[in-house]
Design a protein around this ligand. Structure first.
Ligand SMILES: [Zn+2]
Ligand SMILES: [Zn+2]
Length: 376
């Protein structure tokens, strides 16, 4: 057997709207699931008072209830049959309305003036060194924030937005048109359900003000070019207490002077002289960890040869692993020769054998033979 709605809310049968609301608020606060985690009895009670208030605050439903009791809302009852309380919709919204107001947000009903704030995009460029070590970036974002003076409800401090008398706060009105009853947005409040008589001076009743906001953004080590970081709820504040949008940080990593990146691996093209390549040698390259690493070149190193420096690449995002650094050899042919250098190279050429240049010696005759073989 269902408890009487008036008893549930602890009010007299003739209680006015204001008394109903204040009784509901008090009880809703007391039995709110956030305040009673895991308490099923409180949860049940919370639902009961929600249902009772939802019914009694609506003059038509209240009249039906006063006449028929709970039977008014049962299947085949007094004409309200299909309106289920348990379903998502009216029931959930009513708590949002009330709690929104209590939190100063004056959140609006579904489909009406509850406007979500816009998403913001922020382009950030970082260096490869910063992508390597990760960083906390301080950014300044021009955005709308909830107005402090009115806590976002748009009403002058000390006043409250009034419930729209045209639509009773529903934001929608019904108009009879022939046989049909058509629902449309309330023209008086533009669907907000509320009228602000004295708008807040700071935000002109918008509930939000534009302000540059400072945010710190954590850029994890190993982040890739083109990554989008989403900061939920850090976008523009909503209109009159609506939910905030999100802030998206579009991250790009500047091209590096010496390193090319492929995932966690780095590539570095190192030009070396023909003689170093031929005789062998060594050199040091700077790495992103701020140290130097020595690369040994064996004699007879060919152009394009790669040397792998293990663990000298980029950090792997959110993993304790490192990529590698690949040193790519780019042999530089001597140019602007002096007479003496030319003589020495000509001398060198004369005494060279097939063993010195196995790839190039006889290449053209081998190629010619190959194609003659095909044409025969
Ligand atoms: Zn304000
Ligand atoms: Zn209205």
């Amino acid at each position: 057997m269902k408890a009487d709605y008036y008893e549930t809310l602890g009010v007299q049968k003739g209680a006015d709207e204001k008394a109903l609301k204040s009784a509901f608020r008090k009880l809703a606060m007391q039995f709110h699931p956030d305040k009673n985690p895991g308490d099923h009895e409180a949860e049940r009670k919370f639902k009961e008072i929600g249902e009772a208030y939802e019914t009694l605050k609506d003059p038509q439903k209240r009249a039906a209830y006063d006449r028929f009791g709970h039977a008014a809302f049962e299947h085949g009852g007094g004409g309200f049959g299909a309106h289920g309380f348990g379903a998502a919709g009216g029931f959930a919204d009513i708590f949002e309305d009330i709690f929104g107001e209590m939190m100063g947000g004056a959140r609006q009903r579904r489909g009406s003036g509850r406007e979500r704030g816009g998403d913001l995009r922020y382009n950030m460029e970082i260096t490869l060194e910063e992508a390597y070590s990760g960083k906390t970036a301080q950014i300044r974002v021009p955005t709308s924030i909830v107005c402090e003076d009115c806590s976002g409800n748009g009403a002058k401090p000390g006043t409250q937005p009034a419930t729209c008398t045209m639509c009773g706060g529903a934001g929608r009105v019904r108009a009879a048109q022939g046989f049909f009853s058509i629902e449309r947005t309330c023209p008086t409040c533009n669907g907000r359900g509320q009228i602000i008589k004295d708008p807040c001076g700071k935000c002109s009743g918008q509930g939000r003000v534009v302000q540059e906001r400072s945010l710190s953004v954590n850029i994890p080590a190993g982040i890739e070019d083109g990554t989008r970081i989403r900061l939920t709820g850090e976008g523009e504040a909503g209109m009159r207490g609506g939910p905030a949008g999100d802030l998206y940080i579009f991250l790009s990593v500047k091209p590096h002077e010496f390193f090319q990146r492929d995932g966690a691996d780095l590539y570095c093209k190192v030009p070396i002289s023909m003689t170093t390549a031929s005789l062998g040698g060594q050199f040091e390259v700077s790495t992103l960890d701020g140290t130097q690493t020595r690369v040994k070149i064996p004699e007879g190193t060919q152009n394009g040869k790669q040397f792998r420096m293990k663990g000298k690449g980029m950090p792997v995002l959110r993993q304790p692993a490192m990529g590698d650094l690949f040193i790519q050899i780019d042999i530089e042919t001597p140019q602007n020769l002096t007479r003496r250098q030319r003589e020495l190279l000509e001398e060198f050429e004369k005494i060279s054998s097939k063993e010195n240049s196995p790839q190039s010696t006889g290449f053209f005759s081998r190629m010619k033979e190959f194609f003659e073989g095909i044409s025969e």
